[in-house]
Design a protein. Structure first.
Length: 457
């Protein structure tokens, strides 16, 4: 009995919410890697451990980067395993555990409440259990609707059973912002298809705006909530601006290039699709490696920003980007505080926002440097040129849990694959959360000394 109490006290002292959050993802990734390593998951013998781990990490972190052809190199069982991996990774193992314990009639500890609320909510709420249940129901409903529309379209090209399987796989992948597809060319074969494009884009946006935003919008539409929170307003406005501006700029940059010889409808669909998908989804209807430099830069920016907090996506998040812009705007107007929608954003949140953005940029710089250093002399002589843009693109894609690639990912050596595995993991859990989980303590404000000015700017 005493041993059990000691073990319980040890875990309660050392497993802080950030550590539990990080370890839960790590455990699922390792389990998925082991399952994909077995012969029953691969069509040819078995996957190498680094490839199995890379695939599992990409699925759990809902990234979508691949070093194998999921549709050809994995068996049906292996593909089903990836479905479970990116479904669990998108919603989080903590969410499933919480709802399971509640349905079983078991209580939830204060630490469990803290983890769930920090995962989905911008401010603590008493009805967070209701929201957690809604997350699962909403996910099931939206994925089912997406599956229905995709099945209708795919049934024109495949037998009913195959069409349903492709519809389920792509719908779940899209809602969880993963980007895995069973088609070797992803969705390039459906570039001008209205049903496929609108369905996939709708799933990506719904999965990427965050579950608390979905809950508030539904409550507002039903009349049970009078107005949206500042968080939801920022997410909705920023998401709309990014989608519209991204589509316009993509069309502007590619109108005389990659979408030059297609119909007007296809031009519009391709522009909007490539504006939505860098927001952590990873599907593509054009060859990313053939895009102009201006478009590549645009997509890097969109991937770095990513989705919204409490969603299935990654990146620094739409709210961080919006708050940084609002901080600059308020400073230009002479305001010391950041004011938005007649509310003042706490300085603690602004400090965290700046830390997240710079920690993320620093992480991207480090991993890109690792890819460059470990890639020297590793490629065949005919491909020995520098791949800086390709490495940077894939690194940002890994950090933003996007999955888009300029074609360099399958050519990576083992060290580079492990580097991107770390980047995908950090991108999903967040660089600061990962740092907090490794630190001894995240509480307290530390020492404070006498102030002294420093010149900046």
């Amino acid at each position: 009995m005493k041993i059990r109490i000691r073990i319980k006290n040890f875990f309660s002292r050392h497993l802080s919410p950030p550590r539990i959050f990080v370890l839960s993802f790590a455990a699922v990734i390792l389990t998925g890697g082991i399952l994909l390593r077995f012969p029953f998951s691969a069509t040819k013998d078995h996957l190498r451990f680094v490839d199995a781990l890379f695939t599992s990490t990409s699925a759990v972190c809902v990234t979508g980067l691949v070093v194998i052809d999921v549709g050809k190199d994995l068996t049906t069982l292996g593909q089903v395993i990836t479905i479970f991996l990116f479904q669990i990774g998108g919603l989080g193992i903590i969410t499933f555990s919480t709802v399971f314990f509640v349905l079983m009639g078991r209580g939830l500890s204060f630490k469990g409440r803290d983890i769930v609320q920090s995962t989905f909510l911008h401010t603590p709420r008493r009805d967070f259990i209701v929201i957690a249940k809604m997350v699962l129901w909403f996910t099931f409903i939206i994925e089912s609707i997406g599956t229905l529309f995709l099945f209708i379209r795919f049934s024109m090209d495949f037998p009913p059973g195959t069409a349903l399987y492709h519809a389920v796989y792509n719908a779940i992948s899209a809602f969880n912002n993963c980007g895995y597809s069973l088609f070797s060319d992803n969705l390039m074969g459906y570039q001008g298809d209205l049903i496929v494009n609108l369905t996939i884009m709708g799933l990506i946006v719904h999965g990427g705006i965050g579950f608390i935003v979905q809950y508030e919008v539904l409550s507002w539409l039903k009349g049970t909530q009078k107005k949206l929170s500042v968080h939801s307003k920022i997410v909705l406005i920023t998401t709309t601006i990014l989608i519209l501006s991204g589509a316009f700029l993509f069309y502007l940059f590619e109108r005389n290039h990659i979408i030059k010889d297609v119909s007007v409808l296809t031009k519009i669909l391709a522009s909007f699709f490539q504006s939505v998908t860098p927001r952590t989804a990873g599907f593509n209807t054009v060859d990313i490696g053939l895009l102009t430099n201006a478009t590549i830069l645009l997509m890097i920016v969109l991937m770095f920003i990513g989705a919204s907090p409490g969603s299935t996506g990654g990146g620094v998040k739409t709210t961080s980007a919006a708050l940084l812009v609002m901080m600059i705007w308020n400073r230009l107007k002479g305001n010391e505080e950041v004011n938005i929608f007649n509310r003042t954003v706490p300085r603690e949140i602004m400090s965290r926002t700046i830390s997240i953005i710079f920690a993320s940029a620093f992480s991207v710089a480090i991993i890109t440097s690792v890819l460059l250093i470990t890639g020297e002399g590793k490629l065949p002589h005919a491909e020995s040129r520098h791949f800086f843009v390709e490495y940077l693109f894939d690194t940002v894609s890994a950090f933003g849990t996007v999955g888009l690639s300029m074609g360099i990912t399958p050519k990576l050596n083992d060290l580079q694959k492990y580097a991107l595995i770390l980047m995908m993991f950090a991108g999903r859990v967040g660089p600061l959360t990962l740092a907090f989980s490794l630190s001894r303590s995240i509480g307290g404000k530390g020492l404070t000394y006498a102030e002294e000015g420093v010149m900046v700017g």
